[in-house]
Design a protein around this ligand. Sequence first.
Ligand code: GLP
Length: 224
Amino acid sequence: MKVVTLPDAAAIATAAADVVCACLASHPRVAIGLPTGRTPVALYAELVRRHRDEGVSFRGMIPVQLDELVGVPLDDARSFRAFLRRELLDHVDVAEACEVGFDGALDLAILGIGLNGHIAFNEPGSEATSRIRVVALEASTRDELRAAFAPAEAPREALTVGIADLLDSRRVVLLATGAHKASIVARALGGAVEASCPASFLQLHLGVTVLLDASAASGLGSLA
Ligand code: GLP
């Protein structure tokens, strides 16, 4: 696991975009796992800029959505699909359809991390052997969704690729920014490898790069 601390979210977006562009250049067709959440927004904006200004093509990308809320129609603006369209897919020359999950190993998985240690929507309790499935969302995760949903309507379940699907990925880039992520990042990277912190399973993968800002790295001591 390579842990890199960068000055700010813009530098993380640039470094992550470099990884995505190298992946796109490595093979005519590459399956790239795409997360939602606030963290990858700057990365997607940088990829759209590179497409527009530098001619980076996404025709060879198989866009793989890592997770989706159950019960939210794909054309609802609050669906994760709509988010990916809005932030990235509608603005680049992607040719392949976007689906949740992928029948094969991803070439690259881009990940954020939830405050409870989830990656994609593998909530605590998710095992290293887990595959794509529907999971129940923790109360704290549902609380985060309540900003977008009426209190009673916050989704209770999500479809997510599994930990094994992510560990099968040839390469993984985990992004985290902000002081609120510091303690879970420290636990995921330096704590026990266990299902109570699903992101800790990334310690088992040799091809993981973690891109952090100084705030998110502040709990790591000498690791970063
Ligand atoms: C979400 C997603 C994850 C994401 C995480 C962190 O709900 N299911 O894929 O990585 O929560 O989100 P954020 O980047 O907004 O902190």
